[in-house]
Design a protein around this ligand. Structure first.
Ligand code: NDP
Length: 291
C-alpha cells in the first residue's frame, strides 16, 4: 500500500480542529502558536507562511513574526523571553536555519520547555529518552502515524518488529529511534559510518530513511513486505532541461515493488510534519493549562 500522507494528515488536522474547538469553549481563547523567522531565506519564508496558514486553518491563533537578517542574538533571545512570559502564547517555533552569527543551541535552549513545540529543548529530549510525556519533534511523530496506519492495515506489528532508522539527527533520526523503541520495536540506528547498510535493510520490518541523499536505499535492499518511511527531501535535475524535481532517500519505483507499505516523496511525511506541529501546539496549550 502507498501511505498517502496528504489524506492521513487531513485526518490528523480534523482531530486537532475538534480539540481546538473544545479548548476554546473551555478556556475562552484559542491555543496560540508564534513562529519566529530571522532573515529572508526564501525556503524558510514559504515554510513559515505555510505553518501560520495551517495553524489558522484549524482555529489556532497562528502568528508569524519576521525579524530582519541583521538581528543580533541578544535581540532574538529578548524576543523569545517576551513570548515565554506571554500567557496567550502556548507554542514557540524558531525557524531554522538561523543566520550566521546567531548560536542555534543558545536560541533553542532559550525557548521555555513547556512552549517548545518542536521538542528540541534538552528538557523535552530528556523526557522522551526517559519514556515520560514530552513535546516530541513533529517529523518523527508523523512517521509514527504513518507506521500506525500500516499497522492498522495489517502490514506490520510494531511490537517486536525489527526497525532500522537511517540517520541520527536530533530532529529526525534520534527521536524516531526513541519512539519506535517505546512502541516495543527492536531498533537499529544507522549513519554514515555504518558498515553494510544493505544487509541491515534486508532484515528490517520497518525502515525509516532520514539521510538527505537522493534515492540511496535501493529496492533490492528492502525486505519483502516491510514498511518503508521516506523522510528525505532532495531536489534533483528533472528530465526536462533546466527543471528540478523532488525525490526521497529511497528509490521509490523499485522499493514499492517489494514494500508492504511505503510513503512517497512528496506527499508522504511532509504533510504529516505540519499536521503534528498543530497537534503539538494543542498539546502544549492543554498541558500548560493543566499545569
Ligand atoms: P542531517 O543531515 O542532520 O542528518 C543526516 C543523517 O544521515 C546523518 O546522521 C548522517 O550520518 C546520515 N547519513 C548521511 N549519509 C549516509 C549514508 N550514505 N548512509 C547512512 N547514513 C547516512 O539530516 P536531517 O535528519 O535533518 O534530515 C534528513 C532528510 O530528511 C533531509 O533530506 C531533510 O530535508 C529531510 N527532512 C524532511 C522533513 C519532512 O518534513 N519531510 C523534516 C526534516 C527533515 P552522520 O551522523 O554519520 O553524519
Amino acid at each position: 500500500m502507498i501511505l498517502d500522507g496528504k489524506s492521513i494528515a487531513e485526518k490528523v488536522r480534523a482531530e486537532v480542529r475538534e480539540g481546538v474547538e473544545r479548548f476554546a469553549r473551555r478556556h475562552g481563547r484559542a491555543p496560540g502558536l508564534d513562529v519566529l523567522l530571522v532573515g529572508e531565506d526564501p525556503a524558510s519564508q514559504v515554510y513559515t507562511r505555510n505553518k501560520e496558514r495551517a495553524a489558522r486553518d484549524v482555529g489556532i491563533r497562528g502568528r508569524l513574526e519576521v525579524l530582519p537578517a541583521e538581528t543580533r542574538e541578544a535581540e532574538l533571545l529578548a524576543r523569545i523571553a517576551a513570548l515565554n512570559a506571554d500567557p496567550s502564547v502556548d507554542a514557540i517555533l524558531v525557524q531554522l536555519p538561523l543566520p550566521a552569527g546567531i548560536g542555534e543551541t543558545r536560541v533553542l535552549d532559550a525557548v521555555a520547555p513547556d512552549k517548545d513545540v518542536d521538542g528540541f529543548h534538552p528538557h523535552n529530549v530528556g523526557l522522551l529518552v526517559s519514556g515520560r510525556p514530552a513535546l516530541v519533534p513533529c517529523t518523527p511523530l508523523g512517521c509514527m502515524r504513518l507506521i500506525a496506519e500500516a499497522e492498522a492495515a495489517g502490514v506490520v506489528q510494531v511490537r517486536g518488529a525489527r526497525a532500522l532508522v537511517i540517520g541520527r539527527s536530533n530532529i529526525v533520526g534520534k527521536p524516531m529511534a526513541q519512539l519506535l523503541q517505546s512502541a516495543h520495536a527492536t531498533v537499529t540506528l544507522a549513519h554514515s559510518h555504518t558498515r553494510d547498510l544493505p544487509a541491515l535493510c534486508r532484515e528490517a520490518d520497518i525502515l525509516v530513511a532520514a539521510i538527505g541523499r537522493p534515492e540511496t536505499i535501493r529496492g533490492e535492499w528492502i525486505k519483502p513486505g516491510a514498511v518503508v518511511i521516506d523522510v528525505g527531501i532532495n531536489r534533483i535535475p528533472a528530465a526536462e532541461e533546466g527543471k528540478t524535481r523532488l525525490v526521497g532517500d529511497v528509490a521509490f519505483a523499485e522499493a514499492k515493488e517489494r514494500a508492504g507499505a511505503i510513503s512517497p516523496v512528496p506527499g508522504g511525511v511532509g504533510p504529516l510534519t505540519i499536521a503534528y506541529l498543530l497537534a503539538n501546539t494543542l498539546r502544549a496549550a492543554e498541558q500548560r493549562i493543566a499545569g
